[in-house]
Design a protein around this ligand. Sequence first.
Ligand code: DC
Length: 228
Amino acid sequence: MLHCPIVKRLVVAVDGPSGAGKGTVARAVARALGYRHIDTGAMYRAVAWRARQTGVALEATGDVAIVAAGASFELGDGVIAIDGHDVTAAIRTPDMDKAAALVARNAAVRDVLVTRQRALGAGGGVVMEGRDIGTVVFPEAELKIYLDASPEERARRRAADPAHASSRTSDVAHVAQDLAARDKSDSTRSVAPLAQAADAVYIDTTGVPVEAVVARVLALVHEKAGAA
Ligand code: DC
């Protein structure tokens, strides 16, 4: 056969720490495959934003979970909205980094969002990025990728990321400090900590061009889809 289109639409789980390149890679892979890209971190960020906006203290775990349960999300191509508010830019600030990390420790919020994420990926044909996609949300995902990079490279990327516009993002030392604090919070929390699934493919993206990482993931997708 000369032409072999991918007919099986997989769930591709992409996990890893902040600044490992998950967003860029997941978006490009989804686009190449005609899959949907779901940024689950944006969901935690949006819930934190909405709680704040409606006067709910982030420490009030039950109340924040009620905000999450009642929320409607729009997770479009590069646009994130919650309850009709476009929060695409508002959720990418150092302050929201911290707020989202706090919300992500809330087990009741995680229950709500994991259920939504499973529904979003139920039919396959998704590239879903986060911290617990391969371990908790889709432990049966056909392909799991764990992206990583050196702390220095991750801080450099985050500092240069225009999506994270703020007065401090040009200051790599500060960004590195914030990332280290967030990595610690994400990987030591008791519920669904950042972890590599045993069957995930580990890719160190330090010094590797995005196109090469995307090509590697696409090759893995073809392998998995072909084997199905
Ligand atoms: O990927 P991000 O930086 O936008 O994620 C925001 C926060 O949410 C971060 O503290 C990690 C956390 N998160 C999580 O706990 N589980 C996910 N599936 C996605 C993000």
